[in-house]
Write a protein that binds this ligand. Structure first.
Ligand SMILES: Cc1cc2nc3c(=O)[nH]c(=O)nc-3n(C[C@H](O)[C@H](O)[C@H](O)COP(=O)(O)OP(=O)(O)OC[C@H]3O[C@@H](n4cnc5c(N)ncnc54)[C@H](O)[C@@H]3O)c2cc1C
Length: 339
């Protein structure tokens, strides 16, 4: 376990926003969390941080940040069709996917290149190109900071939703490791019908084709590079806003003024792409001092250099107000504002 005082978080959030935290503790697993529990760390202000790819620091954090550096990968069981693999929370999700694809294990290739730790993947139920964490998570092992005990959540108990899970509303659980159910050659199920993925792949791609997982991973990485800023070059947290879900009657009303408005019918209403709304309101590519709206994707707010969390937050608030004025819709941040 390593501990740093007055730790600078600029390198621990993909916005690249400077902020200090009182204590930053790197831990390697449940035993070390148990000792932090016994020291009473969890009685005060604290939070888990993975890659900081969904966080916006608006000021210093006066508390303890815990960060997993656990990095084990273990095959727990295997048959001819699939296998169960345990990955520790501190692993970079994309490194784990590279490991899976290299071993011919399928199921996560569409999630390639999402900046994320394994620990945060079930918390956020990360998703891309038609696959979400919920599709491959068998169970999640957590440390319960309210009683110092470990516990396992089955997939159903995680109550996964759109970028949501039971962990999001219960931050007392610290994810220690995740068991993923992955497929072996002959049993892969490819998901190619999302966005322009299929057209970016060779026409002869099938689940039985040698190297199919590698080709999909390559295509996803290429498409993402074209559309999204690389956090190493331009600070962002990916999509800043969630897509609003509204009643069909609201959509029908809006279609009278905006007949070209895209929407997707869901069980609980209609999802309207927030990126489309923001673009229609004229924000795409706009710059406001140190911050701006990414020119290739209106959902992404970027740090143009030297931004504070409040610079980003103020831009976000201006966008929310303009969508309310223009469409009468409320969009809300996917990004978590800290503190
Ligand atoms: C360029 C870019 C592209 C992106 N593209 C996508 C995308 O395609 N799809 C998508 O879903 N997301 C995307 N995101 C958002 C981001 O990658 C996800 O939200 C991701 O899950 C964040 O992981 P993290 O490790 O950085 O978590 P953090 O941002 O550090 O934390 C997120 C939340 O998880 C909690 N948490 C972190 N670790 C643990 C743990 N071990 N135990 C319990 N709670 C924990 C935190 O307390 C916080 O509430 C993108 C972000 C960027 C910057």
């Amino acid at each position: 376990m390593k501990e740093y005082r007055n730790y600078q978080l600029k390198g621990n959030n993909t916005f690249g926003i400077p902020a200090l935290c009182d204590r930053f503790i790197e831990y390697a697993g449940g035993e070390e969390l148990k000792s932090l529990y016994e020291q009473g760390i969890f009685n005060g202000q604290w939070m888990s941080v993975g890659c900081g790819a969904n966080l916006l620091f608006c000021g210093d954090y006066h508390g303890v940040i815990i960060h997993s550096v656990a990095s084990g990968i273990k095959v727990l069981e295997e048959n001819d069709n699939n296998l169960l693999v345990r990955a520790d929370a501190g692993i970079i999700l994309d490194d784990f996917i590279e490991h899976a694809v290299s071993n011919g294990w399928g199921g996560m290739e569409n999630l390639s290149a999402i900046p994320c730790s394994v620990g945060a993947a079930p918390v956020q139920n990360v998703g891309a190109y038609g696959v979400e964490a919920k599709d491959v998570v068998e169970c999640v092992h957590v440390f319960d900071t309210s009683n110092g005990l470990t516990r396992t959540f089955s997939n159903v108990e995680c109550t996964f939703g759109y970028r949501n899970s039971s962990f999001k509303s219960n931050p007392q659980y610290v994810v220690l490791s995740v068991d993923f159910r992955l497929t072996k050659a002959g049993s892969h199920q490819l998901h190619l019908d999302y966005g322009n993925l299929r057209s970016s792949l060779p026409a002869d791609i099938t689940s039985g084709k040698e190297g199919a997982l590698r080709e999909i991973r390559g295509a996803v990485r290429r498409i993402r590079r074209e559309k999204l800023p690389d956090p190493a070059e331009i600070g962002s947290a990916g999509s800043f806003f969630k897509n609003p879900v509204v009643d069909r009657a609201v959509v029908d009303n809006l279609l009278k003024d905006y007949p070209q408005m895209p929407f997707y019918e869901m069980k609980n209403g209609c999802k309207v792409p927030a990126g489309w709304l923001i673009e229609q309101a004229g924000w795409k590519g706009r710059k406001m001092g140190t911050v701006g709206v990414y020119e290739k994707q209106a959902l992404v707010l970027v740090n143009l250099g030297g931004a504070t969390g409040f610079d980003v937050w103020n831009l976000a608030q201006s966008i929310v107000a303009s969508i309310r004025d223009k469409f009468g819709l409320e969009i809300s941040p996917e990004v978590i504002k800290v503190p």
